[in-house]
Design a protein around this ligand. Structure first.
Ligand SMILES: *Cc1c(COP(=O)(O)O)cnc(C)c1O
Length: 229
């Protein structure tokens, strides 16, 4: 559905206001980046959000990312890959040069990605995805292995530039369990700051304020920005 500019302005204002309140409750120095997740919305809404000042957008499929980058290539947007990366799409993603790839979810994927980056003489900034609540349905490395995996990727794969970690909050209505999944990820992030990690990507429409209070400095928000009310 194509939303009018006033609706999008209202949604964006509300989200930004909520981000502000949450981040200031942590510290006035705690800066949070907003990445708009456009996967369920029309390309027209992305262009309108650009007019309203939004610059960073995320997609969860390589094909859709490519289509949208093409359609909107006149706009100076920053594109993020946030979804599961299939091995047969790696070369396509490399050719798109996303600003950040959030979903590096295993050593095997890192190895494959590095091989292809190296063959093309390219690098990619990535986040290590952590399956903080250890859910079957989710990708990502186990929290226990995360730090070791991060260091291994940093050491072995020269064409991958690790910038931090990403998690998707636990899939439950129990706020305490969601909070635990964010706290687990943030603890890992803090340990990795010594290794140069700067990005802790966590929080979506339903849980971004909680994520920020747990230390997130990048939220990925879709449906809250594209609702009709
Ligand atoms: C879809 C998606 C989001 C945004 O979800 P909303 O609930 O619509 O805000 C964030 N992160 C990832 C990885 C996603 O796939």
């Amino acid at each position: 559905m194509i939303l009018d500019k006033e609706q999008l302005r209202k949604n964006l204002d509300e989200v930004i206001w909520n981000i502000e309140a949450a981040r200031i409750s942590v510290s006035e120095h705690h800066i949070v980046k907003l990445v708009t997740v456009a996967k369920y919305t029309e390309v027209e809404n992305i262009a309108t959000l650009y007019e309203l000042g939004q610059r960073a957008f995320g997609e969860n499929q390589v094909q859709q990312l490519r289509d949208r980058m093409r359609e909107l290539e006149v706009l100076p947007l920053e594109w993020h890959m946030i979804g599961r990366l299939q091995k047969n799409k790696i070369n396509n993603l490399i050719d798109l040069s996303p600003a950040l790839m959030h979903s590096l979810d295993s050593i095997e994927l890192a190895e494959e990605l590095n091989k292809k980056l190296s063959a093309k003489g390219r690098t990619m900034s990535c986040l290590l995805q952590i399956n903080a609540a250890q859910e079957e349905s989710k990708a990502g490395v186990a929290p226990d292995a995360a730090q070791e995996n991060y260091l291994e990727i940093q050491e072995r794969f020269e064409n991958i530039r690790l910038k931090g970690v990403m998690t998707i909050g636990a899939h439950t209505d129990d706020t305490k369990i969601i909070q635990e999944s964010f706290e687990t990820t943030h603890r890992i992030f803090e340990n990795l700051e010594r290794e140069g990690a700067t990005i802790c990507s966590m929080g979506m429409s339903g849980d971004y304020e909680l994520a920020i209070k747990c230390g997130s400095n990048l939220v990925r928000i879709g449906s809250a920005l594209f609702k009709e009310s």
